[in-house]
Design a binder for this molecule. Structure first.
Ligand SMILES: NC(=O)c1ccc[n+]([C@@H]2O[C@H](COP(=O)([O-])OP(=O)(O)OC[C@H]3O[C@@H](n4cnc5c(N)ncnc54)[C@H](OP(=O)(O)O)[C@@H]3O)[C@@H](O)[C@H]2O)c1
Length: 266
């Protein structure tokens, strides 16, 4: 993979940061984005220590001008793009009855439109390299989850966008991988928005009992290498997607019971 370039949005924490190290150690040149300069610098230090060639771009993916600039900087720095990982994402935890709809707008802007803006700007270069577009979706993109109305909607939107685009691009040889991690230890629940739009700054779940971000990154790189179309992760995630397809009514009840057990009646 020497001289192949991977761009990872939200590459400064959790799954994105683990992907930066995983792909970098495998020989990719790595470009990472994020909104926080301090987190970008600390990930850059780790990439440097691992001997990875990299570039960082401070950008909000939900801002179309910034997203376009990310691709311009990538091409200026390295002249090509082989793998785009649309990973930057934000979650929520609030009942729909209580939530400010601005929270749902923000989630759509980051998770869905962020993916659209970056992919649009990157597409000419991925057509040239016959590369891969990855969307880091979620089990919530296959099965709506309570307290996550906006998050689930944004991930379902991502899935539909990626499926349509995959079909359009079949003749041009660009691969599209929709990846759905299950619960993964990261900062996602701390950063999740509550009903009033403030960050939760806590996790209601046992982070020690989850798949690690490093394991997700390893499985993701393998799926990119094999040019797979879908990657659904964790036993619980696979079971949820399977049950929802064949027994959706029962799955409504099981999912609600699980969330009440793990997170209480928030
Ligand atoms: N962890 C899980 O349980 C889980 C499960 C399924 C799917 N996922 C998905 O996996 C992806 C990565 O999440 P994670 O768990 O690794 O969470 P995380 O640790 O919170 O990392 C999120 C990353 O996205 C960046 N980001 C957030 N909003 C952004 C924006 N508007 N523009 C640019 N960058 C932005 C963050 O950096 P800044 O804050 O500095 O911008 C950070 O680097 C997300 O799409 C998430 O939905 C996670």
């Amino acid at each position: 993979m020497k001289n192949n370039v991977v761009l990872i949005t939200g590459g400064t924490s959790g799954i994105g940061r683990a992907c930066a190290l995983e792909f970098g150690r495998a020989g990719y040149i790595v470009v990472i984005t994020g909104r926080d300069a301090v987190k970008l610098a600390s990930t850059a230090t780790e990439l440097n220590a691992a001997g990875v060639k990299y570039h960082t771009v401070k950008a909000d993916v939900g801002d179309i001008a910034a997203a376009t600039q990310v691709i311009a900087e990538t091409i200026t720095a390295f002249g090509r793009l082989d793998v785009l990982i649309n990973n930057a994402g934000l979650s929520m935890r609030a009942k729909f009855a209580d939530v400010d709809v601005k929270v749902l707008e923000q989630l759509m802007q980051t998770n869905f439109f962020g993916t659209v803006y970056i992919t649009k700007a990157a597409l000419p270069y991925l057509l040239q390299s016959k590369g891969t577009i990855v969307g880091i979706s979620s089990i919530a993109g296959f099965r709506g989850l309570p307290g996550r109305t906006g998050y689930s909607a944004s991930k379902f939107a991502m899935n539909g966008f990626l499926e349509a685009l995959r079909t359009e691009l079949l003749p041009q040889g660009v691969n599209i991988l929709t990846a759905a991690p299950g619960f993964t230890a990261s900062n996602i629940r701390h950063a999740a928005l509550m009903a009033d739009g403030r960050a939760q700054n806590d996790t209601p779940r046992d982070e020690g009992n989850m798949m690690s971000s490093e394991e997700v990154a390893r499985l993701l790189r393998e799926a990119v290498r094999k040019r797979r179309r879908t990657l659904v992760l964790t036993a619980q995630g696979k079971l949820t997607v399977f049950l929802n397809k064949w027994l959706p009514g029962l799955t409504d009840k099981l999912v609600l019971a699980n969330f009440r057990k793990e997170e209480g009646d928030f």
